[in-house]
Design a protein around this ligand. Sequence first.
Ligand SMILES: C[S@@+](CC[C@H](N)C(=O)[O-])C[C@H]1O[C@@H](n2cnc3c(N)ncnc32)[C@H](O)[C@@H]1O
Length: 299
Amino acid sequence: MGSFKTVLTKIEELDPLHSKKIKKDLDGFDDAFYEKADAFTDRFEGYLKKKGKDLDYGIDCYLKMIADVRIETMHFVRTGEYTSKSFEDTNARVYNNPDVMEYYMNALLLSQFLWGHHYTVYNYFIDNLPKYKDGIDYYLEMGGGHGLYISEAISLLKAGTKFDLIDISPTSIDASRSLIENNSVNFILSDIFKIKAEKKYDFITMGEVLEHVEDPVALLAKLGELLKDDGSMFITTPTNAPAIDHIYLFNNAEDIREVIDKAGFKVTEEIGIYSEKVSKERAEKFKVAMMYAAFITKK
Ligand SMILES: C[S@@+](CC[C@H](N)C(=O)[O-])C[C@H]1O[C@@H](n2cnc3c(N)ncnc32)[C@H](O)[C@@H]1O
């Protein structure tokens, strides 16, 4: 099985420019990180093997996403806008396009360890979710994508916790099913807006979906209907992050907090990590992407 260093070396060979960015990003990460990253690489390789693919294929998927991000970034720098304008268009072009979604979800999975800000937020989730453990019997992940977050929740929460995962993309549902490797999750292939609030959850996780809709307040409010009144949610969303399926532009953390507030929630705890190691002033001036994450409850 390959180690994480194999992944880094391969990326250096194939895309030296991007490799420099990863090296800067991971500078200062300790041995504990590399141990976890090695374990993840083994798991990623096993997951690809089940699909008849190897680690090189996974790395190619990642570099395809990087090529997409470069194109989207050129447009963003020129216009200050994301290219995608409507959910309908993104749904057809990305979520329901298995060719695109397949490489995109593999890439996003690998980015959880290759991008410092993704890893920091993923680790923040792992460190903090156990605080909510006693109150969680019924857990939902909305827009699970690759399934990494729900797979962590399964190992962190009580035995007997029921898990649902909703995603609009058949490719994402398949990816999550392959990664999770057990039958503890009820997979629901649906647009979240079509889900009726018949069951209510104790906890909902929604990573990187708020920026994928035209109206993030409506999306959070929809999740509010599915959440028990004393329930909690974990959400993540980036600012200034051009990608093929990002529609709603958050300029800064304040824009996100405003959406949270308007949808009837308040923040219990939060973090925001820039994708480059620069000061807040420089990050805001040059529109450097930031990953925002928060645990929130109903007001
Ligand atoms: C960028 S991925 C996020 C993956 C993962 N949660 C993470 O944080 O890395 C967004 C996921 O949300 C799903 N999604 C987007 N809009 C949705 C909607 N309206 N209803 C259900 N799923 C949706 C997509 O299919 C995709 O799998």
